[in-house]
Design a protein around this ligand. Structure first.
Ligand code: ADP
Ligand code: ASP
Ligand code: MG
Length: 418
């Protein structure tokens, strides 16, 4: 069971969480619980790091930001004990949750937790702080923002759980963010592949890596709400959204429990920035000269457009990078201006990426053209386009985000009837 920040925000909410955990444990289950820091706490801690040292050392940043989850895991264990349950916390280094790669965005490598598993077998509820791990050097690490979802899936895989229930502030995965589109529809199930794509293009209900890990390790995820009364449908009866394999989805479709839609969901991402280089020489190697230094600096380039060469053998190149990497991107390009040979760098961080996702697109034409027509009918200008096998993304003006998501939701017939 995993509980997100809003579910853990304050002693009253933690008591509600403890009641949900106790009910699950009473239902003949061995339980491991993974918790986030209280809502807003990680942002507050990140703020302190920035104030202390703008160019902070990621290893010390991890020491600071991992503390939010230490507090909530201890508080949940205490609250469970007050309800008469046997419970103890297992911090990242105690479990241990071993991680590799960079601080502040570490990857889980292995969890070998015989003591924790023995405790669970003896009826003790294991409470694990999400987000935190330990490096090979024995230092505290964190798994990137939203990383508690990944901790939960990793723990579920390690204890060979029947299911990983991710409790949050919405009651499942919807066709789009239900806070933006009132007519968003709750999905009974989504395939790993679609959820991976939805998460990676901005549906922050699950961290992208958690879905990748679940797919690899075969962990069944259910997303459901912790904001429920005592009379709520128990988690074992699957009231939320299941993240499942293609085969399981096929069976659900055959049983008439799910309908196959062309488009499964729509997501938006306001954290991208657009960069245009003007008058780049139109010759072999020019594009490589632009992108090699960005790759070396681990800056992820997403959408790319190279315009048709103008006369004089020059062209414009436009691409997007994460907003947080824009300043570094600009500095790297300015440094190499002579070598690359462009005229100007123009940047714009007031852009949003809107994506439609669905496995149905593999076999059906027309998904992209529906998108373009629906946006043009509302006068929304498309600045860049990218596609994958199951996704079409467009870049638009950030101010038009909500309108675009609503218009597309209607255009693909996803609105609820009421
Ligand atoms: P937690 O703190 O529990 O990890 P998050 O804020 O990370 O919760 O994720 C839950 C939020 O994800 C919801 O409040 C909702 O606004 C947002 N969200 C975005 N896209 C979707 C979607 N397709 N379905 C459900 N929720 C979504
Ligand atoms: N507390 C961390 C964050 O806010 C991890 C999480 O909640 O998933 O990013
Ligand atoms: Mg989250």
């Amino acid at each position: 069971m995993k509980f997100g920040g809003t579910s853990m925000a304050g002693t009253e909410r933690i008591r509600r969480v403890a009641n949900i955990v106790r009910a699950q444990a009473a239902n003949n289950s061995e339980v491991a619980v993974v918790v986030s820091a209280m809502a807003g706490e990680t942002d507050r801690l990140v703020g302190f790091c920035r104030e202390a040292n703008a160019l902070y050392d990621p290893a010390e940043y991890d020491v600071v930001v991992a503390s939010g989850e230490q507090v909530t895991s201890g508080l949940l264990a205490l609250t469970l004990q007050s309800l008469g349950c046997k419970a103890r916390s297992w911090l990242g280094w105690q479990m241990p949750m071993k991680t590799v790669e960079a601080h502040a965005k570490a990857r889980v490598s292995t969890i070998d937790a015989p003591e924790m598993i023995a405790g669970m077998e003896a009826g003790e509820i294991a409470v694990c702080p999400g987000f935190q791990g330990i490096s090979d050097e024995g230092r505290v690490t964190t798994l990137g923002r939203g990383g508690s979802d990944t901790s939960a899936v990793a723990v579920a895989a390690a204890v060979k759980a029947d299911r990983c229930d991710i409790y949050t502030d919405v009651d499942g995965v919807y066709t789009t963010d239900p806070r933006i589109v009132a007519k968003a529809r709750k999905l009974k199930a989504v395939t790993y592949e679609e959820m991976l794509e939805l998460a990676s293009v901005g549906a922050k209900v699950l961290q992208t890596r958690s879905v990748g890990l679940a797919m690899k390790a075969g962990v069944r995820i259910q997303v459901l709400s912790s904001f429920v009364g005592d009379d709520a449908v128990p988690a074992d009866e699957l009231p939320g959204t299941l993240i499942v394999s293609d085969e399981e989805m096929e069976q659900m479709v055959e049983r008439g429990e799910m309908e196959r839609q062309l488009v499964t969901g729509i997501a938006h991402d306001k954290n991208e920035a657009k960069v245009t280089l003007t008058r780049v020489p139109d010759k072999p190697g020019a594009v490589a000269d632009i992108f090699a230094p960005l790759a070396n600096a681990s800056i992820n380039v997403d959408m790319i457009i190279q315009n048709v060469g103008r006369d004089k053998g020059e062209t414009d190149v436009t691409f997007t990078v994460p907003g947080a990497d824009l300043a570094r991107t600009q500095a790297l390009l300015d440094d190499r201006r002579g070598d690359i040979g462009f005229n100007r760098v123009i940047t714009d961080s007031k852009v949003a990426k809107i994506s439609v996702v669905g496995v149905g697109m593999k076999s059906h034409a027309g998904v992209a053209s529906t998108m373009f027509s629906a946006l043009s009918d509302r006068g929304i200008n498309i600045q860049a386009i990218s596609t994958s096998e199951i996704k079409v993304s467009v870049l638009i003006d950030e101010d038009e985000t909500e309108l675009a998501v609503r218009v597309l939701h209607t255009a693909y017939g996803l609105d609820t009837a009421d």
